[in-house]
Design a binder for this molecule. Structure first.
Ligand SMILES: Nc1ncnc2c1ncn2[C@@H]1O[C@H](COP(=O)(O)OP(=O)(O)OP(=O)(O)O)[C@@H](O)[C@H]1O
Ligand SMILES: [Mg+2]
Length: 268
Protein backbone atom coordinates (compact mmCIF):
# COMPACT_ATOMS: atom_id res chain seq x y z
CA UNK A 1 0.00 0.00 0.00
CA UNK A 2 1.05 3.61 -0.16
CA UNK A 3 -1.11 6.74 0.19
CA UNK A 4 -4.74 6.25 1.14
CA UNK A 5 -6.56 9.57 1.36
CA UNK A 6 -9.96 9.92 3.01
CA UNK A 7 -12.35 12.79 2.46
CA UNK A 8 -16.00 13.73 2.92
CA UNK A 9 -18.53 15.88 1.07
CA UNK A 10 -19.93 17.77 4.06
CA UNK A 11 -21.21 17.13 7.55
CA UNK A 12 -19.10 14.88 9.74
CA UNK A 13 -19.66 11.33 8.49
CA UNK A 14 -16.66 9.90 10.36
CA UNK A 15 -13.52 10.50 8.28
CA UNK A 16 -11.25 11.08 11.29
CA UNK A 17 -12.70 8.14 13.24
CA UNK A 18 -12.35 5.81 10.24
CA UNK A 19 -8.82 6.95 9.39
CA UNK A 20 -7.72 6.46 13.00
CA UNK A 21 -9.43 3.05 13.22
CA UNK A 22 -7.53 1.96 10.08
CA UNK A 23 -4.22 3.27 11.43
CA UNK A 24 -4.76 1.34 14.66
CA UNK A 25 -5.94 -1.91 13.03
CA UNK A 26 -4.04 -2.50 9.80
CA UNK A 27 -0.92 -4.60 9.69
CA UNK A 28 1.72 -2.55 7.94
CA UNK A 29 3.60 0.33 9.54
CA UNK A 30 1.39 3.36 9.15
CA UNK A 31 1.55 7.12 9.46
CA UNK A 32 -1.83 8.73 10.02
CA UNK A 33 -1.40 12.20 8.50
CA UNK A 34 -3.90 14.78 9.71
CA UNK A 35 -4.26 16.85 6.56
CA UNK A 36 -7.68 18.35 7.26
CA UNK A 37 -7.40 22.11 6.52
CA UNK A 38 -10.08 22.67 9.18
CA UNK A 39 -7.67 21.27 11.80
CA UNK A 40 -6.54 17.96 13.23
CA UNK A 41 -8.36 16.33 16.12
CA UNK A 42 -6.38 13.29 17.26
CA UNK A 43 -4.35 15.22 19.87
CA UNK A 44 -7.46 16.86 21.34
CA UNK A 45 -9.50 13.64 20.97
CA UNK A 46 -8.08 10.10 21.05
CA UNK A 47 -4.73 11.20 22.55
CA UNK A 48 -6.11 13.95 24.79
CA UNK A 49 -4.78 12.21 27.92
CA UNK A 50 -1.21 12.87 26.75
CA UNK A 51 0.80 16.09 27.08
CA UNK A 52 2.24 16.56 23.61
CA UNK A 53 4.40 19.52 22.56
CA UNK A 54 3.32 21.51 19.49
CA UNK A 55 4.63 19.29 16.73
CA UNK A 56 3.15 18.17 13.42
CA UNK A 57 2.13 19.72 10.15
CA UNK A 58 2.82 23.37 10.99
CA UNK A 59 6.51 22.96 11.97
CA UNK A 60 6.82 20.62 8.99
CA UNK A 61 5.51 23.37 6.69
CA UNK A 62 8.18 25.73 8.05
CA UNK A 63 10.84 23.05 7.47
CA UNK A 64 9.59 22.49 3.92
CA UNK A 65 10.21 26.17 3.15
CA UNK A 66 13.86 25.61 4.17
CA UNK A 67 13.96 22.44 2.08
CA UNK A 68 14.32 20.38 5.28
CA UNK A 69 11.07 18.42 5.15
CA UNK A 70 12.69 14.97 4.98
CA UNK A 71 15.08 15.69 7.89
CA UNK A 72 12.33 17.14 10.07
CA UNK A 73 9.54 14.63 9.36
CA UNK A 74 10.52 11.98 11.94
CA UNK A 75 10.55 14.61 14.72
CA UNK A 76 6.94 15.64 14.02
CA UNK A 77 5.35 12.26 14.73
CA UNK A 78 3.55 10.92 17.80
CA UNK A 79 3.32 7.20 18.54
CA UNK A 80 -0.26 5.94 18.66
CA UNK A 81 0.68 2.61 20.19
CA UNK A 82 3.09 2.72 23.14
CA UNK A 83 3.18 -1.10 23.34
CA UNK A 84 4.50 -1.42 19.81
CA UNK A 85 6.72 1.62 19.18
CA UNK A 86 7.25 2.87 15.64
CA UNK A 87 4.39 0.86 14.07
CA UNK A 88 1.55 3.35 14.17
CA UNK A 89 2.40 7.01 14.08
CA UNK A 90 0.40 10.19 13.72
CA UNK A 91 1.46 13.44 12.11
CA UNK A 92 -0.71 15.92 14.03
CA UNK A 93 -2.57 18.46 11.93
CA UNK A 94 -2.92 22.20 12.33
CA UNK A 95 -4.93 23.34 15.32
CA UNK A 96 -6.54 26.40 13.78
CA UNK A 97 -8.15 26.73 10.39
CA UNK A 98 -6.37 30.10 10.05
CA UNK A 99 -3.15 28.09 9.58
CA UNK A 100 -4.60 26.44 6.45
CA UNK A 101 -3.10 29.16 4.24
CA UNK A 102 0.34 28.66 5.78
CA UNK A 103 0.41 24.95 4.99
CA UNK A 104 -1.00 25.28 1.47
CA UNK A 105 2.44 25.35 -0.27
CA UNK A 106 3.42 22.24 1.73
CA UNK A 107 0.91 19.84 0.11
CA UNK A 108 2.99 19.46 -3.04
CA UNK A 109 6.35 18.54 -1.39
CA UNK A 110 4.58 16.57 1.34
CA UNK A 111 2.73 14.46 -1.25
CA UNK A 112 6.02 13.75 -3.05
CA UNK A 113 7.59 12.76 0.29
CA UNK A 114 4.65 10.51 1.24
CA UNK A 115 4.80 8.81 -2.17
CA UNK A 116 8.20 7.35 -1.44
CA UNK A 117 7.71 6.66 2.28
CA UNK A 118 6.71 3.03 1.62
CA UNK A 119 10.20 2.44 0.17
CA UNK A 120 12.00 3.88 3.22
CA UNK A 121 13.70 1.55 5.65
CA UNK A 122 11.45 0.89 7.54
CA UNK A 123 8.65 1.68 5.07
CA UNK A 124 5.34 3.26 5.97
CA UNK A 125 1.93 3.54 4.39
CA UNK A 126 0.18 6.87 4.78
CA UNK A 127 -3.46 7.25 5.70
CA UNK A 128 -4.33 10.89 5.12
CA UNK A 129 -7.37 12.43 6.82
CA UNK A 130 -8.18 15.19 4.32
CA UNK A 131 -11.35 16.42 6.03
CA UNK A 132 -14.30 17.76 4.04
CA UNK A 133 -14.14 19.25 0.62
CA UNK A 134 -16.14 22.30 1.68
CA UNK A 135 -13.05 23.82 3.33
CA UNK A 136 -11.42 26.75 1.53
CA UNK A 137 -8.18 24.96 0.70
CA UNK A 138 -8.46 21.17 0.33
CA UNK A 139 -5.09 19.38 0.02
CA UNK A 140 -5.52 18.75 -3.72
CA UNK A 141 -2.04 17.38 -4.52
CA UNK A 142 -2.60 14.66 -1.92
CA UNK A 143 -6.17 13.94 -3.08
CA UNK A 144 -5.33 13.54 -6.74
CA UNK A 145 -2.11 11.58 -6.29
CA UNK A 146 -3.24 9.17 -3.57
CA UNK A 147 -3.15 5.51 -4.59
CA UNK A 148 -6.67 5.29 -3.26
CA UNK A 149 -9.07 8.14 -2.54
CA UNK A 150 -11.92 7.11 -0.25
CA UNK A 151 -15.05 9.25 -0.08
CA UNK A 152 -16.60 8.59 3.32
CA UNK A 153 -20.41 8.72 3.34
CA UNK A 154 -22.84 8.12 6.16
CA UNK A 155 -25.50 5.87 4.72
CA UNK A 156 -28.28 6.77 7.15
CA UNK A 157 -30.53 9.15 5.17
CA UNK A 158 -30.85 10.88 1.81
CA UNK A 159 -29.73 14.08 3.60
CA UNK A 160 -26.33 12.49 4.32
CA UNK A 161 -26.01 10.76 0.93
CA UNK A 162 -27.17 13.53 -1.44
CA UNK A 163 -24.24 15.96 -0.86
CA UNK A 164 -21.83 13.22 -1.93
CA UNK A 165 -23.29 13.08 -5.47
CA UNK A 166 -21.73 16.38 -6.58
CA UNK A 167 -18.53 15.66 -4.67
CA UNK A 168 -18.16 12.26 -6.35
CA UNK A 169 -18.59 13.95 -9.75
CA UNK A 170 -16.03 16.61 -8.97
CA UNK A 171 -13.46 14.11 -7.64
CA UNK A 172 -13.93 11.87 -10.69
CA UNK A 173 -13.29 14.86 -12.95
CA UNK A 174 -10.20 15.99 -11.03
CA UNK A 175 -8.77 12.47 -10.97
CA UNK A 176 -9.42 12.02 -14.68
CA UNK A 177 -7.83 15.32 -15.66
CA UNK A 178 -4.95 15.64 -13.22
CA UNK A 179 -4.62 12.54 -11.08
CA UNK A 180 -4.52 8.79 -10.86
CA UNK A 181 -7.68 8.26 -12.93
CA UNK A 182 -11.27 7.74 -11.74
CA UNK A 183 -10.52 4.14 -10.70
CA UNK A 184 -8.62 5.49 -7.69
CA UNK A 185 -11.90 6.69 -6.18
CA UNK A 186 -14.18 4.52 -4.02
CA UNK A 187 -16.69 4.85 -1.21
CA UNK A 188 -16.63 3.94 2.45
CA UNK A 189 -20.17 3.61 3.79
CA UNK A 190 -20.85 4.15 7.47
CA UNK A 191 -23.93 2.82 9.22
CA UNK A 192 -27.08 1.90 7.37
CA UNK A 193 -30.52 3.23 6.56
CA UNK A 194 -33.26 2.79 4.00
CA UNK A 195 -30.81 2.84 1.08
CA UNK A 196 -28.77 -0.29 0.43
CA UNK A 197 -25.18 -0.47 -0.79
CA UNK A 198 -26.29 -1.04 -4.41
CA UNK A 199 -28.62 1.99 -4.33
CA UNK A 200 -25.90 4.26 -3.04
CA UNK A 201 -23.29 2.89 -5.46
CA UNK A 202 -25.68 3.58 -8.34
CA UNK A 203 -26.59 7.03 -7.12
CA UNK A 204 -22.94 8.05 -6.71
CA UNK A 205 -21.65 5.96 -9.63
CA UNK A 206 -18.90 4.62 -7.40
CA UNK A 207 -18.08 1.23 -5.88
CA UNK A 208 -18.16 0.89 -2.10
CA UNK A 209 -14.82 -0.56 -1.04
CA UNK A 210 -16.04 -1.32 2.45
CA UNK A 211 -18.87 -0.70 4.90
CA UNK A 212 -18.54 0.05 8.60
CA UNK A 213 -21.16 -0.47 11.28
CA UNK A 214 -22.69 2.20 13.44
CA UNK A 215 -20.74 1.59 16.64
CA UNK A 216 -21.17 4.70 18.73
CA UNK A 217 -19.27 3.55 21.83
CA UNK A 218 -16.12 2.57 19.95
CA UNK A 219 -16.34 5.63 17.68
CA UNK A 220 -16.55 7.89 20.71
CA UNK A 221 -13.32 6.51 22.16
CA UNK A 222 -11.64 7.09 18.80
CA UNK A 223 -13.00 10.58 18.24
CA UNK A 224 -13.11 11.92 21.79
CA UNK A 225 -10.68 9.77 23.82
CA UNK A 226 -11.20 8.13 27.22
CA UNK A 227 -11.89 4.43 27.53
CA UNK A 228 -9.80 1.55 26.25
CA UNK A 229 -10.00 -0.39 23.02
CA UNK A 230 -9.26 -4.10 22.78
CA UNK A 231 -9.40 -4.50 19.01
CA UNK A 232 -12.40 -6.81 19.28
CA UNK A 233 -15.01 -4.03 19.03
CA UNK A 234 -17.39 -4.26 16.06
CA UNK A 235 -16.00 -1.17 14.35
CA UNK A 236 -12.37 -2.24 14.72
CA UNK A 237 -13.14 -5.77 13.51
CA UNK A 238 -14.89 -4.38 10.43
CA UNK A 239 -11.99 -2.03 9.70
CA UNK A 240 -9.48 -4.88 10.11
CA UNK A 241 -11.40 -7.11 7.72
CA UNK A 242 -11.47 -4.32 5.11
CA UNK A 243 -7.65 -4.29 4.85
CA UNK A 244 -7.31 -7.08 2.22
CA UNK A 245 -9.79 -5.31 -0.11
CA UNK A 246 -7.82 -2.08 0.23
CA UNK A 247 -4.51 -3.85 -0.45
CA UNK A 248 -5.93 -5.77 -3.42
CA UNK A 249 -7.42 -2.66 -4.99
CA UNK A 250 -4.14 -0.78 -4.76
CA UNK A 251 -2.14 -3.75 -6.06
CA UNK A 252 -4.53 -4.26 -9.02
CA UNK A 253 -4.47 -0.55 -9.89
CA UNK A 254 -0.68 -0.45 -9.75
CA UNK A 255 -0.42 -3.50 -11.98
CA UNK A 256 -2.89 -1.90 -14.39
CA UNK A 257 -1.10 1.48 -14.41
CA UNK A 258 2.42 0.05 -14.69
CA UNK A 259 3.78 0.16 -18.25
CA UNK A 260 4.14 -3.34 -19.69
CA UNK A 261 7.65 -4.37 -20.78
CA UNK A 262 6.64 -4.17 -24.47
CA UNK A 263 5.45 -0.57 -23.93
CA UNK A 264 8.82 0.12 -22.32
CA UNK A 265 10.63 -1.24 -25.38
CA UNK A 266 8.51 0.66 -27.91
CA UNK A 267 9.08 3.97 -26.07
CA UNK A 268 12.85 3.42 -25.92
N1 LIG B 1 -18.77 4.08 12.62
C1 LIG B 1 -19.30 4.98 13.45
N2 LIG B 1 -20.34 4.65 14.26
C2 LIG B 1 -20.90 5.55 15.11
N3 LIG B 1 -20.46 6.80 15.25
C3 LIG B 1 -19.43 7.20 14.49
C4 LIG B 1 -18.78 6.33 13.55
N4 LIG B 1 -17.77 7.01 12.97
C5 LIG B 1 -17.78 8.24 13.51
N5 LIG B 1 -18.76 8.36 14.42
C6 LIG B 1 -19.08 9.54 15.24
O1 LIG B 1 -19.45 10.60 14.37
C7 LIG B 1 -18.97 11.84 14.85
C8 LIG B 1 -18.12 12.50 13.76
O2 LIG B 1 -16.98 11.69 13.55
P1 LIG B 1 -15.61 12.28 12.97
O3 LIG B 1 -15.11 13.39 13.80
O4 LIG B 1 -14.72 11.13 12.73
O5 LIG B 1 -16.16 12.84 11.57
P2 LIG B 1 -15.39 13.67 10.46
O6 LIG B 1 -15.98 13.24 9.16
O7 LIG B 1 -13.93 13.56 10.64
O8 LIG B 1 -15.88 15.16 10.82
P3 LIG B 1 -15.18 16.58 10.49
O9 LIG B 1 -15.35 16.83 9.02
O10 LIG B 1 -15.97 17.53 11.34
O11 LIG B 1 -13.74 16.49 10.89
C9 LIG B 1 -18.19 11.55 16.11
O12 LIG B 1 -19.02 11.78 17.23
C10 LIG B 1 -17.86 10.04 16.01
O13 LIG B 1 -17.74 9.42 17.29
MG1 LIG C 1 -12.45 14.97 10.97
Amino acid sequence: MAIIAMVSAKGSPGVTTTALACALSWHRRTVLAECDPAGGSVLSGYLSRLEIPPIGLLPLAAAALRDELADTFAHQLVDLDATNPGQRLVLPGINDTIQAGTIRPTWEPLTAFFSQLERHEPGYDVIADCGRLTTSAPPWPLLIRADLLLLVVRASTLRTIAPAVGTADMLRRELTQYGQGPGALALVLIGDGPYGRRDIEQRLQLPALFELPDDRRTAEVLSDGGGRLRGTERLLRAVASAEPAVRDTIARRRAHLAPTSSEGISRA
